[in-house]
Structures are given as structure tokens and as C-alpha cells.
Design a protein around this ligand. Structure first.
Ligand code: FES
Ligand code: FES
Length: 192
């Protein structure tokens, strides 16, 4: 008996249920861009190397090109289209605008989603490879430029806007941004 190769699934994207039939091989990135017309999420390498496709799934940073759409059913997906609160930009979006955290802008949606995840992870006390004292009792490390560079290292920028991106993330961290639709980490362990 042949096994089915497609399913009808419901994705919860930016607070709304979206039901669609998908081939089981469809990535979350292709479902968002090609099926739901949410083209803010960009395809760069399509193999998990550049971070351009970063979205938040249940508040955690996820490269959508390596995530199958069927494996995302029932989870809360936040894309760049969903991080603002109506006409009010998310503090990270505003910081990128104010501090020129982009040039061509192709990597920017992924950078912003990743930065929202970084700030939530940092606020939750998660260490990074740049953290000197990783004991839980030490609390969140200072969000230095080195910490930001390390935590954002999965997001590449061909325009090399890195100095402004680091400034924008540091600026958005003060004060810590309010959690948007599903933008806070719910799990306690850092993403691998
Ligand atoms: S397009 Fe997904 S990491 Fe590059
Ligand atoms: S702003 Fe052009 S790739 Fe980053």
C-alpha cells in the first residue's frame, strides 16, 4: 500500500490559523513564501547556512529552510510580517531603521527575527559561546558587542552591515522589548 505523500495541515502564522495542503517534502520556508505569500522571509542558501530565512517557532529562532512544514503543524510561527504591533514597529525593527542596520535589506528580516530571539534568550539567562561565566547563578551576562556578534553569528550579511547590526541589537536591548505574538522563548534550553 502506497503511503500518502501530502497532507492538509494548519499552520498558526502571526496569530492566524492557515490551512493548506502540502507535499510532505515542503519546507516551512517554501510554505510561507510560495503558498501563503509571506515573502518577507527570504531564501538565501536554502541549506541552513546563511540565516536569511530565520523565523520564530514557538518563540525560538528557526531556519525555515531546514524545517518541514508538516513538522510545524500546531506550533506558533512568527515571521517578519508579524513582529510589529499594528503600526508600531517592534523595538528591534525601529532600532535597525534608526541605526542603519542594513544596506540592501535582503538579510534584514532574518536578522531582525534572530535578534528578537537573541534578546529573549539573553533575558532568560541563556549563555553563549562568548559567555565567560556560564554558571546559572551568574545570571545573564552583559550584552556586550562580543556577546551580540556570537549570538547573531548564524545570520550572514553580504553587505557587511555588521557594525550597525550590532549597534541596533544593543540599542533594542535597552529597554528589553515586549514579547509580541509568540516572540518569547517558551523552552528553557538554547537552540542547538
Ligand atoms: S536560506 Fe535558510 S539558512 Fe540560508
Ligand atoms: S543588508 Fe544586504 S545582505 Fe545584509
Amino acid at each position: 500500500m502506497a503511503l500518502p505523500t501530502s497532507s492538509v495541515i494548519t499552520l498558526h502564522v502571526n496569530g492566524e490559523p492557515r490551512t493548506l495542503p502540502v507535499d510532505h517534502r515542503t519546507t516551512l520556508l517554501d510554505a510561507l513564501r510560495e503558498r501563503l505569500d509571506l515573502t518577507g522571509t527570504k531564501k538565501g542558501c536554502d541549506q541552513g547556512q546563511c540565516g536569511a530565512c530565520t523565523v520564530l517557532v514557538d518563540g525560538r529562532r528557526t531556519v525555515a529552510c531546514l524545517q518541514l512544514a508538516v513538522a510545524t503543524e500546531g506550533r506558533q510561527v512568527t515571521t517578519i510580517e508579524g513582529v510589529a504591533d499594528g503600526d508600531r514597529l517592534h523595538p528591534v525593527q525601529q532600532a535597525f531603521l534608526d541605526l542603519d542596520g542594513y544596506q540592501c535589506g535582503y538579510c534584514t528580516p532574518g536578522q531582525i527575527c534572530s535578534a528578537i530571539g537573541v534578546l529573549a534568550e539573553h533575558a532568560a539567562g541563556w549563555p553563549s559561546a562568548a559567555t565567560a561565566d556560564v554558571r546559572p547563578s551568574a545570571g545573564p551576562p552583559p550584552l556586550t558587542a562580543d556577546e551580540i556578534r556570537e549570538r547573531m553569528s548564524g545570520n550572514l550579511c553580504r553587505c557587511a552591515a555588521y557594525p550597525s547590526i550590532v549597534e541596533a541589537v544593543a540599542s533594542a536591548a535597552q529597554p528589553a522589548p515586549a514579547a509580541g505574538k509568540g516572540t518569547g522563548p517558551e523552552a528553557k534550553e538554547p537552540a542547538a
